[in-house]
Design a protein around this ligand. Structure first.
Ligand SMILES: Nc1ncnc2c1ncn2[C@@H]1O[C@H](COP(=O)(O)OP(=O)(O)O)[C@@H](O)[C@H]1O
Ligand SMILES: [Mg+2]
Length: 230
């Protein structure tokens, strides 16, 4: 279980997050939905340990993780820009994440799971957008993390490929107990991931619930407008 309790964060004297609290149970999925600049990436960075909260607590299974270094958290994050290593082949991008010598079988299994076996020797710049995305996903999963954070993973993907990638993401997590937090500004995409949503605006949670609940009884005018409720 991941729990954020009353998290606040400022950057350069601007309040970026204010009193954020939510919990995700083990193996559950959560979507953080919100417009650009609402603080979605900042929340993921705090969970991953790439940033520290100013106030509040981040708990994993009840244990305070505020001061735990990123490498000890068993959290993987797929960044919006993917952050693939350009000087490494597809295979090397994966092998590098495994802290050991003999990586061949694990890497081959993962390449096969994401449909990239025939691209093992290619470099990231030789891949299509969808293939890069698959590699980023494979890289985030190969170390068997407990928590997977996805930051608008489909924002630069051809709309025709989105459904395939969402299916792949959901398939890959099916047989694991991985907890997933998926960030998007797109409610159609959110609907495909899960019905467990928090809606963020200007660093605050405006509403929690299922998309249907949020649409049927929006808390305020912002929610109403953002969800396109007439
Ligand atoms: N390093 C930074 N310094 C100052 N402001 C920042 C920094 N990073 C993000 N912000 C601001 O914090 C707010 C939330 O950013 P972010 O978490 O990236 O939002 P989102 O991912 O929802 O688009 C934005 O207003 C952004 O301009
Ligand atoms: Mg962002």
């Amino acid at each position: 279980m991941i729990e954020l309790k009353n998290i606040s964060k400022s950057k350069q004297q601007n309040k970026i997050l204010e009193d954020i609290s939510f919990a995700v149970k083990k193996a559950d999925r959560l979507v953080i939905l919100g417009p650009s600049g609402s603080g979605k990436t900042t929340i993921l960075r705090l969970i991953a340990g790439l940033d520290a909260p100013e106030q509040g607590q981040i708990l994993f299974d009840g244990k305070n993780m505020n001061n735990a270094v990123a490498s000890k958290r068993q959290v993987s994050m797929v960044f919006q820009d993917l952050a693939l290593w350009p000087h490494m082949s597809v295979r090397e991008n994966l092998a590098f994440c495994l802290n050991k010598k003999n990586t061949k079988t694990e890497v081959t299994d993962m390449l096969s799971a994401v449909g990239l076996l025939d691209k093992a020797k290619a470099y990231p710049q030789q891949l299509s957008g969808g293939e890069k995305q698959r590699l980023a996903l494979a890289r985030s999963l190969i170390s068997n993390p407990k928590i997977l954070l996805l930051d608008e993973p489909l924002s630069s993907i051809d709309p025709l490929l989105k459904d395939d990638l969402i299916k792949l993401i959901l398939d890959l997590r099916k047989n694991t107990h991985i907890t997933m937090i998926y960030v998007t500004h797109d409610q159609a995409e959110a609907a495909q991931i899960t019905d467990n949503v928090i809606l963020l605006h200007q660093g605050k949670i405006e509403q929690k619930g299922s998309l249907t609940e949020i649409r049927n009884s929006p808390n305020n005018l912002f929610v109403k407008k953002f969800m396109g409720v007439k």
